[in-house]
Design a binder for this molecule. Structure first.
Ligand SMILES: [Zn+2]
Length: 84
């Protein structure tokens, strides 16, 4: 057997994979920029303060360090161009 490299990642493997997240808002939508041009940045808030952690740590951070993204919805803004 020589195809060990193709073995499926288990959930545990997946949980150990590092993720990059925005230290400012907690988003995982980090845009990578070729090195030397600019820093990687958060697609949600534009911050370049990017941290690295595995998903379990990130989930803990979501509970403690950041406002839960899914719980707080932005207040709907009045749109003057929409016909009510
Ligand atoms: Zn952000």
């Amino acid at each position: 057997m020589d195809n060990l490299e193709h073995k499926q990642l288990t959930k545990e493997d997946y949980n150990r994979l590092p993720v990059y997240y925005c230290k400012h808002c907690g988003s995982l939508k980090i845009m990578t920029v070729p090195q030397g041009i600019a820093e990687d940045y958060c697609d949600d808030c534009g911050s370049t303060d990017i941290g690295k952690a595995n998903i379990e740590i990130w989930l803990e951070l979501q509970k403690t360090a950041f406002k839960p993204l899914y719980r707080e919805r932005p207040v709907k803004q009045f749109n003057p161009f929409k016909n009510y």
